[in-house]
Write a protein that binds this ligand. Structure first.
Ligand code: FDP
Length: 330
């Protein structure tokens, strides 16, 4: 039996709420926007949407044309959903208030429109990450930032879409992790990976090892263990350079993805709200773990919309061994 994303969201929501359509409308906006984005990604060089615009984003990074397209498309599709009060994007300095004063606006959506910018022009996998928070209790509509400055454990749903050899949407609303492949002939996301479990132990590690001279020493010691077989097997390296693609592989095949602090990025490079939070939510739902080296990512109370964090995420075995290494350091 074929199950579409929309059917699945309704079924999943019925388990947790009496109003199954609430999130369905929000997810239909997400599905529409990401289908539009993947259509541009697939034809990028043909429709002159490769390369950069003359803009630097709030992160101090050069914006690619596809970054801008993806951001505008998501904002447009979500702005039409009256259940959404606040939109926060990695590309925008401030959260965007869309009807947050209305009592019907119950959710904030946070996203990185296109993760893996350096891979856009070379036809390598990129993706969109998202996370959804409920309107904070007692909110009177006067503090939009509070809708999104919530710790990851308050996410009610999260996920991503990878634009790779196929377009795959992975999401969780707190009842397991489910993957859907876009069937281009139907234009629908179809359930292909039900209840994904991260293997307790994998065979890959994923890190930009070019920065090894800038990593905390403990990371290098752990990588050495992975490479030499000290953990019972010799691990192989896989690194795409799009976190969402590297995590997708880690979710399905197991192992560990690491983006530690470096001397250039002493607080880590990845963004807590747009990247680490949704990934941690999915990892935990799939039986894995995600930390910043000290705390579970989902316990970190964000102070800033664009806060960065180190991220270590993987299966049970690798995360336990990594933490053993950290403890030995103390
Ligand atoms: P991006 O190219 O979009 O900036 O978000 C940060 C990120 O992508 C991650 O997707 C990726 O893992 C990382 O940067 C790659 O950075 P390095 O080139 O420094 O490894």
């Amino acid at each position: 039996m074929i199950t579409t994303l929309q059917q699945h969201v309704v079924q999943e929501q019925m388990r947790i709420s009496d109003s199954p359509n609430e999130l369905q409308w929000l997810f239909s906006g997400l599905a529409l926007a990401t289908k539009m984005i993947q259509a541009q990604v697939r034809r990028a060089a043909l429709v002159n949407i490769l390369g950069s615009v003359d803009e630097i984003n709030v992160q101090g990074e050069i914006q690619q044309k596809l970054d801008v397209y993806a951001n505008e498309t998501l904002i447009e599709c979500f702005s039409l959903r009256e259940s959404i009060g606040i939109i926060a994007s990695e590309e925008n300095e401030h959260p965007i208030a869309v009807g947050h004063t209305s009592p019907n606006a119950q959710y904030a959506i946070v996203f990185d429109p296109l993760d893996g910018s350096s891979n856009i022009d070379v036809a390598v996998t990129i993706g969109t990450t998202f996370s959804i928070f409920r309107r904070p209790e007692g909110d009177k509509g006067d503090e939009p930032l509070q809708w999104v400055l919530q710790p990851g454990r308050k996410q009610i749903a999260a996920g991503y879409v990878v634009y790779g050899s196929s377009t795959v949407l992975v999401y969780s609303i707190g009842n397991g992790v489910h993957g859907f492949t876009l069937d281009p002939s139907l234009g629908s996301f179809i359930l292909t990976h039900e209840n994904i479990r991260m293997p307790e132990r994998g065979a890959y590690y994923s890190i930009n090892e070019a920065y090894c001279h800038d990593f905390p020493e403990v990371c290098n010691r752990f990588i050495e263990k992975l490479k030499t077989g000290a953990l019972g097997r010799k691990y192989s390296l896989r690194f795409v350079g799009s976190m969402v693609a590297d995590f997708h592989r880690t979710l399905l095949r197991g192992g560990i993805f690491l983006y530690p602090s470096t001397t250039s990025f002493p607080n880590g490079r990845l963004r807590l709200l747009y990247e680490a939070n949704p990934i941690a939510f999915l990892a935990e739902q799939a039986g894995g773990r995600a930390t910043d080296g000290k705390r579970n990512i989902s316990d970190v109370e964000p102070k800033d919309l664009h806060e960065r964090t180190p991220l270590f995420v993987g299966g049970k075995f690798e995360m336990a061994e990594f933490e053993r290494c950290l403890r030995a350091e103390i």
